[in-house]
Design a protein. Structure first.
Lengths: 251, 311, 291
């Protein structure tokens, strides 16, 4: 099943304020796409439309189409809970539950009805390995998730998101609260994960986008100014505004 | 097997984004929780309806004008008179004495804790005040009759074993924590920067407290006094034990009086047949009490909100 | 230096001594409460310890002070707690969850909140009047344990709702976001993430509310909790008494013996309350680190 994400004439309003203006975009599968742009440009807003997290903000209105694998995710055909199982999210501040490491990972599968302990054990191990955290915590699974370092907590959150077997992983400035070493570890992790998952990451750090992504999308004032292969966008952008942003003339 | 395939084989899904498994809890819980929340409305309605229906039928037998302006209250002894003023005056006298005790002391404590007290002192004193707030009123009643009344009788030999002063003082002590903590909340809401500005100009602590903080927190402080007033009006056990059970329209705090609340208790302890005038009088007095405290609480809220300084 | 003139210094010294005086005054005022509390406790201990015998707990009330005990009152308070606690907990916490997690921002929600703050300010005796009319008469429960317990449940309901709301509100948004992002439904997020995080604060608020109920006298007098109960309640529709009412009964008797008994009864009551408050603080401290 293809996990191609397509936005067609997508507009989003928070009550009277228009946060996304006529967004047209394709996001390829099994690759890393980065959203960049100055504060308040709409990149996080678009990210959150992908798993309908901004449904929770009162007064949100959507016009246009946003499809994943051909299904418009804003239609009545779609269960929000099932959508979020397929489209996972990691947040800017690591937000593990105040439970054990094991229970954090098992939280998602338990939500969706998995109770068998053996199955859960397997899922926990697999997810922690996928997030490159297994070796560091495998002897301490019952310890509180709050007892590990910030960088480890964020990898825990990635493992937790992977535990429900998503196809797409959204990362909302997931490394901006971390130290450089943890950031690097997560960037390496993203390179490993992209073979199996479609990854969309919002970052305010252009250099990170340049390092890590295959495709980059530049946002400004709620519009998509330009998107293309990362190398091209950073070395030879089409739009002058993109060039100004990249060269640091504003932002 | 690659990791992704392992996970797939564990979680089976039917169709892309549709999953019909809506659990019963998810449907029924919100409805049940809503009903829980409605209980609060039902309770208020219950109070209002109960009081109103019985009061209305009471006033079909007793003239409401006489009730509100009459100066004799003797519902159980012939001739039956239902003027509420003695009870109202009794309540007011106790409440005024209580406020005279509680507001200066409570406010001074609040100023001390907010502006003067070092952290260690505050950490000891605040819990003690909280303990004071948690003492049951019957214990305060004991305090009134076993300690305060004898002291008053020592100072004022004319005072009887039941007197308003004793009850008033103890009710005042009981509400000190309320005035103190609400005033302190109001004072801590005043931003540090206002105080710093004054200190930087060379003001002493009392000048900052009395000229800057108290005026800025004034609406909160007044609101706390009104709430304490309301609380004192509704107080029952202290006045039942210490103030007496003789409805008495007097301005002398050394006299024995009866408050509205004490009257209600007195009637309930006796045998009051359903439908009798005495039974109805419980509701009439109760309604008066409810209306007064309700209006006071509204006033307190209004003051706190309308006159709150915007920082 | 001309800036620091002597004339100015006198004025500053004057203001400083006022400051010192007022400091003492404010400190004195604060001590009034502490002094009153100490006097009260000392007096109770002096008067009451003599009669703190096993008979106090084993005997029923009696016309003779030497044979009187508060067994029926202690048992009555416990029974009342057992009925009141589950009822007020379920409806109180349920209402709090609804208001914090489910309620839309409309007029009905505002009305509910206004009702709750109104109820919190209603004198306890008015709850007694409500209980009398509603439970004792209209529902026909008579002057029973059930009527009394339900009345007290209504009394503590606003307190529980408010403290539960605060505890639930203290759970950070990020916790809920994480749960929703994993595909949880609203109820799943509440039950599996929000409630476990807030249960400590909720329990603390409940225990404090219950301790308030144990010390209340007036509403139960209205219900008809008898002041002289020389038996243990048979069922929930039986008559009963509670500790504060027993104390009140003893206090209204003129004999000095009964005054002493009342003091002993107060010691028992305060001991129970102390126990409850300590456990509330204990729970708060033990679980506050987890958040």
């Amino acid at each position: 099943m293809s996990t191609l994400i397509e936005a067609k004439n997508l507009n989003l309003f928070y009550s009277d304020f228009q946060a996304l203006k006529n967004v047209n975009l394709t996001i390829p599968e099994k690759a890393v796409t980065a959203f960049i742009g100055p504060s308040g440009c709409g990149k996080s807003t678009l990210l959150r439309t992908l798993n309908r997290m901004n449904d929770m903000i009162i007064g949100t209105r959507i016009e246009g189409e946003l499809t994943i694998s051909g299904t418009n995710i804003y239609s009545n055909e779609v269960d929000v809970e099932t959508l979020r199982k397929k489209v996972g999210m990691v947040f800017q501040q690591p937000n593990p539950f105040p439970k054990s490491i094991y229970d954090n990972i098992a939280y998602g599968p338990r939500l969706h009805g998995i109770k068998n302990k053996k199955v859960l054990d397997e899922i926990v191990e697999t997810s922690l390995k996928a997030a490159a955290l297994w070796d560091e915590v495998k002897d301490h699974l019952k310890r509180s998730a709050l007892s590990i370092s910030g960088g480890q907590q964020q990898r825990l959150c990635i493992a937790r998101a992977l535990a429900v077997n998503p196809d797409i992983l959204l990362m909302d400035e997931a490394t901006s609260a971390l130290d450089p070493i943890s950031t690097l570890k997560i960037e390496e992790l993203v390179q490993e994960l992209k073979d199996k998952y479609t990854i969309v990451m919002v970052t305010h750090n252009m250099h990170q986008a340049a390092r890590v992504s295959n495709q980059t999308v530049f946002f400004l004032n709620g519009e998509v100014v330009e998107y293309s292969e990362t190398e091209k966008l950073f070395s030879n952008p089409d739009d002058k505004r993109t060039e100004d942003y990249i060269s640091g003339r504003f932002g | 097997m690659p990791i992704k395939e392992q996970l797939v084989s564990i979680n089976q899904e039917a169709s892309p984004f549709k999953n019909k498994k809506r659990s019963l809890m998810n449907i029924f819980m919100p409805k049940f929780l809503f009903i829980c929340a409605l209980v609060s409305i039902l309770t208020t309605e219950g109070i209002v309806i109960t009081l109103t229906t019985e009061t209305v039928s009471f006033f079909q037998k007793v003239n409401i004008g006489q009730f509100l302006t009459g100066t004799k209250w003797s519902p159980l002894i012939e001739p039956h008179q239902f003027g509420i003023l003695p009870l109202l005056f009794g309540t007011l006298m106790i409440t005024l004495i209580a406020i005279l005790v509680a507001v200066p002391i409570g406010l001074a404590s609040a100023i001390y804790l907010s502006e003067y007290a070092p952290d260690k002192v505050r950490r000891v004193v605040k819990p003690i005040l909280e303990v004071l707030a948690g003492i049951p009123t019957i214990v305060y009643g004991y305090f009134a009759i076993s300690i305060i009344t004898p002291i008053i009788q020592l100072i004022f030999p004319s005072a009887g074993v039941f007197n308003a002063l004793s009850a008033g003082i103890v009710v005042g002590i009981m509400i000190i924590p309320m005035v103190s903590s609400l005033s302190e909340d109001a004072m801590s809401a005043v931003p540090r920067s206002l105080r710093d500005g004054a200190y930087a100009l060379g003001a002493t602590r009392f000048e900052v407290a009395l000229k800057i903080v108290v005026p800025a927190a004034f609406s909160g402080i007044v609101s706390s006094a009104v709430l304490a007033f309301s609380r004192a009006i509704g107080e029952t056990m202290i006045v039942t034990l210490a103030a007496g059970s003789t409805p008495n329209l007097t301005f002398n705090p050394l006299d024995s009086i009866q408050t509205m609340t004490a009257y209600i208790v007195q009637v309930s302890l006796g045998d009051t047949p359903h439908g009798s005038l005495a039974y109805g009088s419980i509701f009439a007095v109760g309604m008066t009490l409810f209306i007064i405290t309700f209006l006071l609480n509204l006033l307190a809220n209004y003051i706190a909100r309308k006159y709150r300084e915007e920082y | 230096m001309s800036i620091f003139q002597d004339a100015n210094r006198k004025q500053i010294a004057g203001r400083r001594s006022i400051d010192v005086m007022l400091h003492m005054l404010f400190l004195l005022a604060t001590s009034v409460g502490i002094i009153a509390l100490s006097v009260l406790i000392i007096d109770i201990i002096i008067d009451g310890t003599a009669r703190l015998q096993p008979e106090l707990f084993q005997n029923f009330p009696s016309r003779k002070a030497d044979q009187a005990g508060m067994k029926s009152a202690i048992v009555g308070s416990i029974y009342m707690l057992c009925i009141m606690a589950p009822v007020s907990f379920i409806f109180g916490v349920g209402a709090a969850i609804y208001l914090e997690e489910y309620a839309p921002k409309n007029w009905l929600t505002k009305l509910i909140q206004i009702n709750i703050s109104t109820l919190a300010g209603v004198p306890s005796i008015v709850y007694g009047i409500l209980g009398l009319a509603l439970f004792v008469r209209m529902f026909g429960m008579g002057k029973s344990l059930l009527a009394g317990s339900l009345t007290m449940a209504l009394l503590v309901l606003p307190i529980i709702i408010v403290s539960a709301q605060e505890a639930i509100r203290a759970v950070p948004r990020s916790r809920r976001d994480a749960s929703f992002a994993l595909g949880a439904t609203k109820w799943q997020t509440v039950a599996r993430s929000v409630l476990p995080s807030s249960i400590a604060g909720i329990l603390t608020g409940c225990i404090l509310a219950f301790s308030r109920a144990i010390g209340e006298t007036a509403p139960l007098v209205m219900i008809g909790a008898l002041t002289y109960v020389a038996f243990l309640p048979d069922g929930i529709l039986d008559s009963f008494t509670v500790m504060p009412i027993q104390i009140y009964n003893w206090l209204s008797r003129p004999q000095a013996d009964f005054q002493e008994l009342a003091a002993s009864g107060i010691i028992v009551l305060l001991a129970v309350l102390l126990l409850m408050n300590i456990s509330a603080v204990f729970i708060r401290n033990k679980y506050s680190k987890k958040i």
